[in-house]
Structures are given as C-alpha cells and as structure tokens.
Design a protein around this ligand. Structure first.
Ligand SMILES: Cc1cc2nc3c(=O)[nH]c(=O)nc-3n(C[C@H](O)[C@H](O)[C@H](O)COP(=O)(O)OP(=O)(O)OC[C@H]3O[C@@H](n4cnc5c(N)ncnc54)[C@H](O)[C@@H]3O)c2cc1C
Length: 475
C-alpha cells in the first residue's frame, strides 16, 4: 500500500477528515485538483455544532478569533429569527467566517498533524478489489496509480470518486438560480437603512456580500456568467436603489439542484460533504454538514485501519449520516419553495399567508428551538433503542480540575469514559477516563470521539464491564 487513505479534494470536508485520520496515526494523502486554494468564498457561516466539533479538538478559538458572531440565523428568510442563544451549547451563535478562511485554518491544522496537501493532483478514477483501491491520478509529473486501503471522495458536487465508484446521485436539477456579488465599494449608509429582500453581509476583509434572487433572472442557468450590469440592475429592480455597489471582486450564479448519494459507502470507497449531498445554500448549511460528516467518519475509519473497530462500525457511517443528508436536503427544499413561490404571481398571496403563519409559529420558543436544532445540527442524534440518551451530543459539562470540560477530554480524538464510581479496565490508548459530575442523568457514560454518547448506565442498573462497550471498543 502507498498509503492507508486517499482523500480526493481539499475542501472543508477533506481537510477536516485528513486531520482526524492523522490525529489517530493513520497515513493519509490529500489530492487536490486545483493548483492553489480559491480566494473566493461560497460559504460564510459556521453553525454551533460545527464550532462544537472544532472545540472537541481544541481549535475552535482560531476560528472564533478570525470571524464575528450573531446570536441566531434564519429559516426561509422569515422575519422571526431562529434564536440560538437559548440552545444548550457553549456556542449559541452563528460564526461569520469566509470559506477561504475556514479552509486556510483547517489546512493549517492538518499540516500541524503532518498532512501534506498535494495541489495540482486530480483523481481520474478509482477501482477497488478485496484488499484495496487503485486511484489513478494526474499531476505535474503525468499520470500515476496510487494504492490505498480506502478512498474518500470529498471532491464536491461533481465528485469523480462518486461517479467512478458507480454510486447514484438521485435528485432534482436546478429550477431556480440566485446571484452573489462581493463588492469592495458600497454605500454603507444605504445598507444600514436595510436591504429589503436582499441578503447583505459584511465580509471580514472589508468587502460586502450581496445575495439576490430576482424573479426576472431566477431561471437563468448557472452556466451563464453574471455581469456587473445584470447584478446592479437586479438590485435596483428589487429595492429601488443600487447601494453604491462598485468594484465587484467576485460575481457568481448558484442554483437549487438537490441530490443525495444513494449510499455513503461502497466497499472501500466513502463519500463526504458535497460529494454526498447538494442543495440550495438556504440557511447556510452545506459546509457545516460536510464537516460533521468528516467528524463522524474519521475516527471510525481510523479504528478500522488501526485494527480495533468492532464488526459493523464502518457501516454506521452511512447509517448515521445518510438520514442527516436526507434531512438537510428536505429542509432546504422546503425553504426554497417558501421563497420561490413568493416570486410567482399566482402563488404570492397564499404563500405570503403561509409564511405569516410559519412566522407566527416561530414565535413559540419550542418551535423556534426545534428548527434551530435542525439548522445548527445541535438536534442531530443517532438514535438507539437502548436508551434515549444514546446517540445524542454529550453536553460539554464542567469537570473537576481547572478549565476541565468534557470537550477537553476529547482533544486527543480518543473516547471519554466518565464515571461517578470506579472505571472498568478500558484500554488507555483509546479511552480517557474522568470523574462524572455528581448531578447528571447517568452514572457512567462512554462518549465517542465525535462527541456523541455511545453508551450510558443509568442510576440503579448494574455496573459496566467491557462487554457492555464492545459495540464500540473491542478489548
Ligand atoms: C452561493 C453559495 C453559498 C454558500 N453558503 C454557505 C454557507 O453560508 N454555509 C454553508 O455551510 N455552506 C454554504 N454553501 C455550501 C458550501 O460552499 C459547500 O457545501 C462546501 O464547500 C462543501 O465542502 P466540500 O469540502 O464537501 O466540497 P468543496 O468545497 O466543493 O471541495 C471539493 C474540493 O475537491 C476538489 N476536487 C474536485 N474534483 C477533484 C478531483 N477529481 N481530484 C482532486 N480534487 C478534486 C475541488 O477542487 C475542491 O477543492 C454555499 C454554497 C454556495 C454555492
């Protein structure tokens, strides 16, 4: 084998996955088709669960220092905002950070762990057999074949890995397009008065992002480049003013094609991020879901390669993450419908009524929290019939010792075993043991490296032995 894992694509999902594998001592090669990183940013948001997972590895501060936060976000641009501040998390806000910055910080972390990103290397095809995968790559020195135990396609919407592995990508094509423009020059006073139906977001480098879905231009295909004149005319048509936009740095058109891979695993080939799911960027979720895919897959693949994964562990990646992909594609489809139909004359009145109704419902704290849980991914659980706590996120409880929290136990990427009594003989190279605060719902809890609860013992039930943990940790 040339390496344990080849990752195709150095976007957010590929970079985080590479770090997770390297943290567990796995040999990983990241191949990136581009010769240098994009300076433009599609995504601007990191939501609470993404910040939490960065916190689980002790690196959230780098991202927080580089961006700015807002205490909530929106669903389908309804006026009543989703309130993240009351959610059970230390990170109840949206972090605004341009994708280029997020990627730079993720790559910095991967390099610290010894990962090299091979820019200018394009994956052409993958072919697997019982023992490994042959990956054909073209690069500056021509074509070569790499042999790896596993391959992960983190190579975006048009994933070559997905195609080459024959994994279907059913869904729907683009019917609605929007435009984004980053402008170096704007009229800040006009923006302060409000942008009406436009989304206007200041970027950390001083430019301003405008996002427009213009009824007159919403059926223009994504293949047609956006011109400054077109963009400016759309802004004026929709708001009656131009906001002084000038000096466009980047203009782009995006669409609502929505697809979900049939499977996230085909033998030795896995998919994560946009290679597995695409959708309209409603409420800014795609990059976030990709990071969460990577966090779910990394430790499982590492366990398999390091020889201690229980049977079936790798299959839980598809079992756990595919429903999340389904849920995010569903919620973005609903959001697009609530926006798209508002722009179609015969539906304007009923859809406005529906939006008013939903907006009222968002005023009910429980409803608001439910949708916030969806958009932030704090509501993501991997349910188990054994106990309702299993599969939920472990709360980041304070523990004994200065600055000690559950998240600090997970910085090394091991499991955490928290107990209010004596711990069984868990393997120390894979599990960190700590005392559980007295007042919590369980007496013992095993937390997975991705921060979800693997197993609990409730008060009154028999003490654990290793067999109770064998679904997650082999002896
Ligand atoms: C207008 C717009 C706004 C958005 N806003 C948000 C937002 O605010 N929040 C949010 O969470 N998401 C947002 N998204 C979605 C987000 O940008 C994507 O979900 C995210 O980039 C996916 O990350 P990824 O790592 O899966 O894939 P990508 O970022 O697409 O990275 C894939 C990488 O693989 C490389 N690659 C492709 N093919 C090959 C190959 N054959 N060999 C080697 N390398 C290859 C590519 O060059 C690329 O670097 C937005 C999307 C759009 C279009």
């Amino acid at each position: 084998m040339d390496t344990d894992v080849v990752i195709s694509g150095a976007g957010p999902a590929g970079l985080l996955l590479a770090s997770e594998l390297a943290l567990a001592g796995v040999r990983v090669r990241v191949l990136e088709r581009l010769t240098a990183r994009h300076e433009q940013s599609r995504a601007l948001t990191l939501h609470p669960r993404s910040i939490e997972i960065l916190d689980l590895r002790g690196i959230a501060g780098r991202f927080l220092d580089a961006g700015h936060t807002l205490p909530g976000w929106h669903f389908a641009s309804l006026p009543t905002r989703l309130d993240f501040s009351s959610l059970e998390t230390r990170h109840g806000y949206t972090l605004f950070l341009a994708q280029a910055q997020t990627e730079r910080l993720l790559e910095e972390r991967a390099r610290e762990l010894g990962v090299e990103v091979a820019y200018g290397h394009e994956v052409v095809s993958v072919a697997q057999d019982e023992n490994g995968v042959d990956v054909v790559v073209t690069g500056p020195d021509g074509e070569a074949t790499l042999r790896a135990a596993y391959v992960v396609g983190c190579d975006g919407a048009r994933s070559r890995v997905r195609e080459s592995a024959g994994i279907g990508f059913p869904g729907s094509d683009t019917t609605v397009t929007g435009m984004l423009g980053d402008f170096t020059t704007v009229d800040a006073a006009a923006i302060a008065e409000g942008g009406g139906p436009l989304m206007i977001v200041p970027l950390s480098d001083g430019a301003t992002r405008f996002v427009v879905v213009d009824p007159d231009r919403m059926h223009v295909p994504t293949s047609e480049p956006v011109t400054f004149e077109e963009f400016r005319a759309a802004v004026v048509r929709m708001t009656g003013q131009s906001f002084g936009i000038a000096e466009p740095r980047w203009l782009s058109r995006f669409g609502n094609a929505t697809r979900l891979a049939e499977t996230y695993r085909a033998g030795r080939v896995f998919l994560a991020g946009d290679a597995a799911h695409i959708h309209f960027p409603a409420a800014g979720q795609g990059l976030n879901v990709g990071l969460q895919d990577a966090m779910n897959l990394g430790w499982k693949l590492a366990a398999e390669i390091n020889g201690w994964a229980p049977p079936g562990l790798l299959d839980t990646y598809h079992a756990e993450r595919h429903p999340v992909g389904k849920s995010v594609t569903d919620n973005t489809l609903s959001q697009v419908l609530l926006l798209e139909l508002l722009l179609v004359p015969q539906y304007q009145r009923p859809v406005a009524a529906l939006r008013d109704l939903l907006n009222d419902l968002l005023g009910i704290p429980e409803v608001n929290a439910r949708l916030a849980g969806l958009v932030t991914a704090l509501g993501t659980t991997y349910p188990s019939p054994d106990d309702p706590l299993i599969g939920t996120r472990m709360p980041d409880l304070d523990l004994d010792g200065p600055g000690q929290r559950v998240s600090s136990l997970l910085h090394t990427g091991k499991f955490a075993y928290l107990t209010s009594g004596a711990a069984p003989a868990v393997p120390a190279d894979r599990v960190t043991v700590a005392a559980l605060p007295e007042k919590w719902e369980a007496e013992e809890v095993l937390v997975r490296p991705d921060g979800h609860i693997a197993w609990v013992r409730r008060p009154g039930s028999a003490p654990a032995d290793l067999s109770a943990l064998s679904a997650w940790i082999t002896a």
